[in-house]
Ligand binder design. Structure first.
Ligand SMILES: Nc1ncnc2c1ncn2[C@@H]1O[C@H](COP(=O)(O)OP(=O)(O)OP(=O)(O)O)[C@@H](O)[C@H]1O
Ligand SMILES: [Mg+2]
Length: 268
């Protein structure tokens, strides 16, 4: 993979984005838990090869949104189309098939603590592609570890890795299935600025090498700035702003100002 080049700079929209091809299309999506309305009718298109960042305060519904995209939660109303299929219309088998094309990088990495890194990476592969030979599995594990820069950890246990390394292995575990869509839930949460930057670079490298489209959920402004081809701000159940990072924050809306100031202050 290309060396890390992105750093803490503004991202230029990826040249490969195909605006005629929405790989994710949400229309009028509503979700409530009891009396609490989390999403109040959101529309979202994510285009082929595009990285879309969704920003929002804790509890604003970011994780709910990507769980709905991944088919892990059902909306109360509205439609969710992913890679051309309406999720609600799919049977168990077809949904499983679709899910194997979606890489979900969880907020907490979600590695199996009792398995070494090799076994953690093999797990999704063996479960999803039963016909692979031993050599194909070994090659796939070696390739994906190389892609995330962690070949040396193959025989280590998750508990021996740093937080940043665990995040990378979590991402590698989804990449091993060559997903068309990546969903990153707080990819830089709990990481120091330097390690965060490495993860931001990795997200951009994955977009480039694996040709993924992605939704990146975060409240890390540096992550938004350096990985987002487009940035959306979620507040009070709606998308209140969207555009480039600058366009989103060039606003007098107190919710936007407050979010910027709060995150700026907590990062320094
Ligand atoms: N399965 C569930 N059952 C009941 N309430 C839920 C469920 N999942 C989420 N919620 C509620 O929905 C709201 C939005 O949750 P969500 O996890 O999407 O927030 P978030 O924006 O991801 O926050 P954070 O930045 O802290 O991860 C929260 O108030 C949460 O308690
Ligand atoms: Mg969350």
């Amino acid at each position: 993979m290309a060396a890390a080049t992105q750093g803490n700079t503004n991202k230029q929209p990826h040249p490969g984005i195909d605006r005629n091809n929405a790989v994710i299309a949400l229309r009028g999506v509503r979700k409530a838990f009891g009396p609490m309305e989390v999403l109040k009718g959101v529309d979202l298109d994510v285009y082929k090869s595009e990285n879309v960042v969704v920003l929002g305060r804790s509890g604003s519904g970011k994780s709910v949104l990507i769980k709905i995209i991944a088919g892990l939660l059902r909306p109360d109303e509205g439609t969710v189309k992913v890679l051309g299929s309406e999720i609600d219309s799919l049977g168990t088998r077809a949904l499983q098939d679709l899910r194997s094309k979606i890489g979900f990088s969880f907020q907490n990495s979600a590695l199996y603590d009792g398995m070494n890194i090799r076994a953690n990476l093999e797990f999704p592969l063996v479960r999803n592609k039963r016909s692979l030979t031993r050599k194909e599995i070994d090659d796939a594990v070696a390739q994906v570890l190389d892609d995330v820069g962690l070949s040396q950890t193959i025989n280590q246990m998750p508990s021996e890795l740093s937080g940043g390394q665990k995040k990378r292995i979590g991402i590698a575990r989804t990449l091993i299935l060559h997903p068309e869509i990546m969903l990153y839930d707080e990819p830089t949460a709990g990481l120091d600025p330097v390690t965060s930057e490495e993860i931001n670079d990795l997200i951009n490298e994955v977009q480039e090498s694996y040709k993924t489209s992605a939704v990146i959920i975060t409240h890390d402004l540096t992550c938004a700035k350096s990985t987002g081809d487009r940035v959306i701000m979620l507040a009070e159940g709606n998308f209140i702003r969207q555009g480039s990072f600058e366009e989103v924050f060039d606003s007098d809306d107190p919710r936007v100002q407050h979010f910027y100031n709060y995150n700026f202050i907590t990062k320094t």
